[in-house]
Design a protein around this ligand. Sequence first.
Ligand code: NDP
Length: 452
Amino acid sequence: MVFDYDLFVIGGGSGGVRAARIAAGYGASVALAEEYRMGGTCVIRGCVPKKLMVYASSYPDAMAEARAYGWQASCESFDWPRFRTTLHAELDRLEGVYTRNAEAAGVTLYHQRAQLIDPHTVLLADGSRLRARHILVATGGTPWLPEKFRNLGAMTSNEIFLAEKLPRSILIIGGGFIACEFACILHGLGVEVVQYYRGAQILRGFDDDLRAHVAAEMAAQGIGLQVDTDLVDLIRLDDGRFAATDTRGARREFDHVLFATGRVPNTFGLGLEAAGVKLAASGAIEVDAYSQTSVPSIFAVGDVTDRINLTPVAIREGHAFADTVFGAKRTPVDHSLVASAVFTRPEAGAVGLSEEEARQRGPVTIYMTTFRPMQSAFVGGQGRVMMKLVCDRDSKRVLGCHIVAPAAAEMIQLAAVAIGMGATKADFDRTVAVHPTMSEEIVLLRTPVCSD
Ligand code: NDP
């Protein structure tokens, strides 16, 4: 069989680009099709613009603190159009970097949509058909919202970075990563935020103490977080605002509504079924540990496989795929012990098992502290940070670390190294504290709060 390429990648996001570049580095002839913008969700409408908005939203608190420290400083009003212009210039720059890096690695780029025709053929939007020995699907995910609330003009995370102006008030639906991060970001930018979460506590899947701590800190800042509350009705008013009725029967009006009700794998209209690729009920592509689908020539990485939907995981999967298929190094991806961070204010960072997960596996010993950090406590700040270690009672191994604190994301990265190496509580205790820091408390946890 004659092929145009050794590898054809569909999707120019984190996972697809990494796979393409590494495969090309192994000498494979590689093409990549991207229908929107190179860089994918993370760079164009996810992690990167979100983090820049996190920074933007942190200044009012920083200025208030600066004043209390003796500075004359103020943050009067936020110039969203100016920020947005700078933001998009940065995204354009990063898109250029992604494009140039792929091309420099020898990857041929097609700036158009591609879909599968059969196990070795893709059809491009311009009608051309290309044949490849291997095809990698890395098309990511897309925001999902309940059917009845579509077509009302409410936002998802896709639209928020493009908004012409910031609303004065917003209702955020959901209690996951995106809902909580944007609640804090928009509140920091001066928007009145109300957040409805249908369950009893936000951030399902995280440790219960972490969840409760984040929720308490968010509420203390003035975010209108309402748990056990869902949206039942939404109307677009004549003036463009929204009227929302919740499960408690309350009706409130908002300038805008943001649905952060999850993301789904981007598999629609890709020709996967025609090519014989097996999908899960969620629409995710089913893959094995090597990211191989039910069709041997077709692989998939990243959010489209709905394993752990995080950029660094997609990158790892893309790299491992290229090592396996083109580098003669069969490399499964280890999805255990993936650290993650939620960029709320304060941030939350977690790695390993929550107390609830650990307890299901056996007896545990729990160490935890909460305290007011020096920087804000000095000027009367009431915000508290939380640090928690979940340990196996018998082996004393640290199974999980959970932190809610400014810069928790930075701290958890390093805790992940220790926990990945199998550190015990004694290893943490042996580590001499770096003083004065917040993170020193994690090596000074002497007395368990409970032990089974
Ligand atoms: P999540 O899955 O984290 O959260 C979705 C939220 O929407 C949950 O609280 C869920 O409730 C709620 N929900 C789902 N369906 C409905 C419904 N019909 N009505 C009301 N509420 C509903 O998704 P996100 O969109 O926040 O983020 C998607 C993924 O992107 C994350 O899981 C994460 O992997 C990634 N991400 C990572 C970030 C980071 O690393 N910092 C930042 C942003 C995203 P329930 O809990 O009850 O199911």
